[in-house]
Design a protein around this ligand. Structure first.
Ligand SMILES: NC(=O)c1ccc[n+]([C@@H]2O[C@H](COP(=O)([O-])OP(=O)(O)OC[C@H]3O[C@@H](n4cnc5c(N)ncnc54)[C@H](O)[C@@H]3O)[C@@H](O)[C@H]2O)c1
Length: 341
């Protein structure tokens, strides 16, 4: 299949064709500027599915065959996190750029090693923090950057549903990695401490957790993640001193509502006046770009590989998220004791 406008195509190999891998392959197959040479999965049913959908793509069972292929420039790693480090290391050692799923690695030492290896070999690493490529997160960032929300007070996210219970990581590593990457993108200061509580009811991995991230400027972020909720909720409230917003990611159209609401402490002068003013004004809904986020993320990676640019969701961004995940994990084991970063 020929795609693109005449420039050099980035030739991809994809490892992992389970739940998320098909989305990566579908987008790569549709995007200009790249082509999928091969997909590898150790599961024969997965390989069969690739073959049925993409007859022009090589289907492999051994990652070594894909990683050593001289036809391939970049490898997308879409396997569970425990395998990310080994696969990414082998890919970089074989001169391939790496697009790796979130979370980047199972621990921060692995992430640091991969970042150094990529730098030494002048190769790109991009971590698929997909939400950073959604229209919603970009609109929120704009509302913060242009001062509409004013000084940020808090980020409060509820990300709960029934399942998909994982058998290799807890709910923090699975779901909270999304919020931590969003917080890392929106809040322009380094967090100072993390506190987390959670409980494992099913298979030894925490299936629900409450995480708090503290920042020096008094911004506070709270994340509620839960695989045992009867209903699906994807709602984030962000408060600023000028405006507040509610982002309901399950809404098809008006995902973000901005509220002209606020609280001001006044002098409280006069016999009846309270020293607090509440403002509750208009509500409006900004237009949010609807393009599939994964498509935007992959297009960003292809552009960075083709034009020698650094993706903003690079290895360093992935490492910052892994450090927050590690801190949340340690705090949870200590029943919420703060872990300083
Ligand atoms: N960005 C997002 O929004 C998003 C959404 C879902 C999953 N993910 C991430 O994608 C990754 C994969 O998740 P999933 O839900 O698709 O997992 P999955 O278990 O459904 O699929 C993984 C596939 O990889 C294959 N595999 C595993 N190790 C392999 C190896 N060493 N060599 C070859 N094949 C191997 C398995 O056979 C399986 O088919 C995880 O890191 C997850 O966090 C990201």
């Amino acid at each position: 299949m020929h795609k693109g406008r005449g420039g050099t195509l980035v030739k991809f190999g994809v490892i992992g064709y389970g739940y998320w891998g098909p989305n990566v392959v579908r987008n790569l197959d549709q995007l200009e500027g790249c082509t999928v040479i091969a997909v590898c999965d150790r599961n024969s049913t997965a390989r069969q599915r690739v073959h049925q959908n993409y007859s022009h793509v090589k289907v492999l069972s051994q990652t070594a065959d894909l990683i050593s292929s001289t036809e391939i420039d970049a490898i997308a790693i879409v396997t569970p996190v425990e395998s990310h480090y080994e696969l990414a290391k082998a890919a970089l050692q074989n001169g391939k750029h790496v697009f790796v799923e979130k979370p980047f690695t199972s621990d921060s030492n692995q992430a640091e090693e991969l970042i150094n290896l990529a730098a030494a070999k002048n190769l790109k690493i991009m971590v698929d923090h997909t939400f950073l490529f959604t229209g919603a997160v970009n609109t929120i960032r704009q509302l913060l950057d242009d001062g509409t929300l004013g000084k940020m007070y808090y980020y409060d996210s509820t990300r709960v549903n029934l399942g998909l219970v994982q058998d290799d990581v807890n709910v923090i590593w699975d779901l909270a990695s999304h919020d931590l990457s969003i917080i890392d993108y929106l809040v322009k200061e380094a967090p100072e401490a993390v506190s987390a509580t959670g409980q494992a009811h099913l298979n030894g991995f925490e299936d629900m957790a409450f995480i708090t991230v503290y920042f020096p400027s008094k911004i506070i972020a709270h994340i509620n993640v839960n695989w045992l909720s009867p209903v699906k909720v994807r709602t984030t409230v962000i408060g600023g001193d000028k405006k507040m917003l509610v982002w309901n990611d399950l809404e098809a159209v008006k995902k973000i509502k901005v509220y002209d609401s606020g609280v001001e402490i006044t002098s409280g002068e006069g016999p009846c006046s309270l020293p607090v003013n509440y403002r509750s004004g208009t509500i409006w809904s900004p237009q949010v770009e609807q393009t599939e986020a994964l498509k935007q993320a992959l297009a960003c990676f292809i552009d960075c590989v083709s034009n020698d640019r650094t993706p903003f969701s690079n290895g360093a961004a992935g490492l910052r998220v892994v450090k927050l995940l590690e801190a949340a994990h340690r705090s949870m084991q200590a029943r919420g004791a703060p872990v300083y970063l």
